[in-house]
Design a protein around this ligand. Structure first.
Ligand code: ADP
Ligand code: UDP
Length: 236
């Protein structure tokens, strides 16, 4: 597989064309950002840890019947994926209250949400990823009702698979964000699943083991990611 020109440079990953028009290379960088890119730092090993973590999770999800972009690990920092037409909508499931839900609704952090909530955000840095609802998705043509229904179904299926996986590793899956795209007419899970895009707390101590360590300046960010990986059995 030949790496060609850079198609897009995001806040944490770079996306490259390949000699196959249907495949892209995702390069996971060490750049770590929060608050819409206002706080940015380079964290040693982050690109490698997230690339391998994402590969491990995507393969678990694929094995559970969830269509994903993932093809193969190419190097410590790169993987090969299907080229998707990305849908600019972030799907967020919450099993426990944290982050923007706590700020917006004045809920106590850590409250268990039964059933889990499902929220949509527009992927738009300039607008700070605003909260949206299903009617916005249809009115602005970001996805059809059928596509959104499938995204919601797959997001809850991911929640079921990963709740079990993290629970076995002594971790609580507090919340997470997914992005989907279209590949050959089908809704497929894209982007990444890593501690950058979810919240994971130790079950016994409720210690934060995800990007909140960076957002909140708690330190030992990558050490926590590595501990999560080690508990799951992700080969680093
Ligand atoms: P951001 O755009 O939020 O700064 P990243 O740094 O993670 O995020 O950049 C990765 C970009 O690549 C995102 O815009 C994401 O939507 C896009 N992307 C992820 N997976 C795919 C894929 N399989 N096909 C096409 N684009 C993808
Ligand atoms: N999230 C993400 N990218 C975003 C926004 C949110 O990966 O652009 C993840 C975030 O890490 C958390 C979940 O989605 O796991 C819910 O985030 P929330 O709405 O609480 O926003 P935050 O307070 O993290 O900005």
């Amino acid at each position: 597989m030949e790496k060609r020109t850079e198609l897009y440079r995001g806040k944490a990953k770079s996306v490259f064309m390949t000699d196959d028009p249907d495949r892209l290379i995702l390069l996971f960088r060490n750049d770590t950002s929060a608050f819409d890119g206002q706080k940015v730092e380079q964290l040693d090993r982050k690109g490698m840890v997230n690339n391998k973590f994402n590969a491990f999770i995507m393969q678990k999800l694929e094995a559970a019947g969830i269509p994903t972009q993932f093809d193969a690990l190419l190097s410590d920092n790169e993987c090969l994926v299907k080229k998707l037409d990305m849908i600019p909508v972030e799907c967020v499931v919450r099993n426990y209250a944290a982050g923007s839900l706590v700020r917006r609704l004045g809920i106590e952090e850590g409250l268990q949400l039964t059933p889990p909530t499902f929220e949509l955000f527009l992927k738009n840095d300039a607008l700070h990823d605003p909260f949206i609802n299903e009617s916005h998705v249809y009115a602005f043509g970001w996805a059809t009702p059928e596509q959104l229904a499938r995204m919601k179904e797959l997001t809850f299926k991911v929640n079921d698979v990963l709740n079990a996986l993290f629970d076995d590793a002594g971790l609580m899956l507090v919340d997470f964000k997914l992005e989907f795209g279209v590949h050959q007419g089908e809704i497929v899970l894209g982007d990444e699943f890593s501690p950058d895009g979810c919240r994971l707390w130790d079950k016994a101590t409720r210690k934060k083991m995800d990007k909140d360590r960076f957002r909140q300046g708690l330190g030992n960010v990558i050490e926590a990611y590595e501990e999560v990986a080690q508990r799951l059995g992700v080969p680093l």
